[in-house]
Write a new protein. Structure first.
Length: 204
């Protein structure tokens, strides 16, 4: 892992850091630009292996990801969210065409998503990579999971994580859905991760 600060921050919160990767550094989730293996099965196999070998249970497993890895995390939360206690992602969401709310499991985990207004690699509004592949809109993606998790939009409030104002929607089936929009670009920082892990119940 070249992003060593993210590893060290995770360890400081008394969690193991498990780095999984796609083939040739990419992922073949639905509508991605690089088709390949069945990632849903691969992720399920990884989680099964971690449980069998190390005793990692869903209540201690946090899904995470950055950029295209964040997109993979979003599809994992949608397809098998019951396998994790929460999700923390940076600068990546679903791809177009977005899944429908009913395409996802009802057991969507609590979410904290960080995204920058100056992100040109995976903009908040998404972007076309070619005629056939298009990154999705971050707000629309969040709305899908909030709808599936039956979050209570009327009780939305503003909280602050790592100095960033975040939209916190409570009343979801399993916990809050939080979206943090900062003024930076395509990034995942240790400070954001630190604040996110604390917020979902894993303090230092």
């Amino acid at each position: 892992m070249q992003q060593r600060p993210l590893v060290d921050t995770t360890l400081s919160h008394h969690l193991a850091y498990v780095a999984v990767d796609g083939i040739n550094g990419s992922w073949s989730f639905p509508h991605s630009a690089r088709p390949g293996r069945d990632e849903k099965t691969f992720i399920a196999d990884v989680l099964d292996d971690l449980r069998q070998r190390y005793g990692f249970t869903a209540d201690k497993t946090v899904i995470g990801g950055f950029s295209i890895g964040a997109s993979m995390a979003w599809y994992t939360a949608c397809q098998q969210g019951e396998r994790a206690v929460a999700m923390i992602t940076f600068s990546g969401v679903f791809w177009d065409p977005l899944p429908k709310s009913e395409d996802c499991v009802a057991d969507v985990p609590p979410i904290i998503h960080f995204h920058g207004t100056a992100d040109q690699t995976f903009p908040l509004a998404g972007r076309a990579l070619s005629a056939n592949f298009h990154q999705g809109n971050a707000y629309d993606s969040m709305a899908i999971l909030r709808s599936r998790a039956k979050c209570d939009m009327k009780d939305a409030r503003t909280i602050t994580l790592d100095g960033i104002k975040c939209d916190d929607v409570p009343g979801c089936i399993r916990g809050d859905s939080i979206m943090c929009i900062h003024h930076g670009g395509h990034e995942a920082s240790a400070d954001m991760l630190d604040a996110g892990l604390t917020a979902i119940g894993f303090p230092r």
